[in-house]
Design a protein around this ligand. Structure first.
Ligand code: NAD
Ligand code: AKB
Length: 312
């Protein structure tokens, strides 16, 4: 069993629940402290320690890190793209200050490692849409994307200037069944499964041919842990790595679901989230992650769809 003491912030969210459970398997239940603003998630109950924490309270966070001898922080608390557009100043404040609090404490307490996720949302309408490269035009137009881009710069700065071992991935839209998504533009690709199972129909808030990069949660969790366990000498990107698994449109995922639920139907009523999606890449080039630390996805659209429908 490894000796690290890990703090997961935002542990009750879509990624946090599954990441906390996965980390507890590797590092031991008592060595992974889960925290969130919310009440403890049902799936976390009884699996290890939990504390209520507002990451915006730097003093409380600092005390917690010292008191529990924390050596690694996974910061997952954030306001996502769709919610962010409803309150841009709040999204900027929370997304930036939470990261600065964590990076600064990591510097002061000489933490071993920090994980903070970025997103495909760093890219904007002027970025190449197909196989978007690691290094290219980055001009995000959502407040969420702007905060992710600024966050990437802060991560690289803290690494280069202070030696903080901070690592990051530009996740695509994540699809999962254990915990619900929290206010993103890619959430349709989760909702569609629940509606297909319950009502055999779904109205998509994105238009039929809107292609976005997507990933199944088991791949995302594995990528996160593989990145964090990679030897530091292999990490050439200290902002955030492009990460990719699949790309599909609402029409394509509906066709895949129809193979399992033949009377499933889809209709389209695009809303304000269409504009957000239109500014994001259709697909991503993640060759740097593959070269540096051996990233390889396991789930494509067909395999993911079957697994989702088997589990919901
Ligand atoms: P989520 O909204 O499901 O979960 C975030 C969690 O943070 C929630 O449980 C919330 O209660 C908690 N939180 C919010 N403010 C807090 C605060 N002040 N203090 C403590 N906790 C607080 O988000 P998620 O989908 O799990 O995303 C986690 C991270 O991954 C975010 O940085 C997000 O931008 C990034 N990301 C997610 C996706 C995706 O598809 N889910 C894709 C790209 C990037
Ligand atoms: C969102 O849609 O906001 C997230 C993301 C891709 O960052 N799922």
């Amino acid at each position: 069993m490894k000796k690290d003491k890990i703090l997961v912030i935002g542990a009750c969210g879509q990624i946090g629940v599954e990441l906390t459970l996965a980390l507890r398997k590797i590092y031991g239940e008592s060595n992974v402290l889960a925290s969130d603003l919310r009440e403890e998630h049902e799936l976390l109950k009884g699996t290890g320690p939990y504390v209520s924490l507002d990451v915006m309270n730097k003093e409380m966070l600092h005390v917690l890190v010292i008191r529990h001898n924390i050596t690694q922080i996974y910061l997952l608390a954030a306001i996502l793209s769709a919610t962010g557009e409803k309150n841009p100043l709040l999204a900027w404040h929370i997304n930036m200050q939470s990261l600065l609090n964590v990076l600064d404490i990591a510097k002061e307490e000489h933490l071993d490692k920090v994980y903070w996720p970025s997103s495909i949302a760093v890219f904007g309408p002027n970025s190449p849409m197909q196989d978007t490269p690691q290094h290219t035009i980055i001009e995000p137009t959502t407040i969420y994307g702007i905060s992710k881009f600024a966050g990437e710069r802060w991560c690289e700065y803290y690494n280069h200037r202070y030696g903080v071992d901070v690592r990051s991935l530009r996740y695509p839209g994540l699809i999962s069944y254990k915990s619900a998504p929290g206010g993103g533009t890619t959430d349709y690709a989760v909702e569609i499964f629940h509606e297909a199972k319950e009502h055999k129909k779904y109205t998509s808030f994105l238009s039929e041919n809107t292609y976005l990069p997507m990933m199944y949660m088991p791949d995302a969790i594995r990528a996160t842990i593989e990145l964090m366990e990679a030897d530091a000498s292999k990490i050439s990107i200290r902002s955030a790595y492009n990460l990719s698994a699949m790309s599909f449109s609402p029409k394509e995922i509906a066709a895949e679901i129809k193979k399992h639920i033949p009377d499933f139907t889809i209709s389209y009523e695009p809303d304000y989230r269409q504009q957000i999606a239109d500014g994001w890449p259709n697909s991503m080039d993640d060759s740097q992650a593959r070269t540096d630390w051996g990233w390889k996805p396991e789930f494509d659209l067909a395999k993911m769809t079957k697994d989702m429908l088997d589990h919901i």
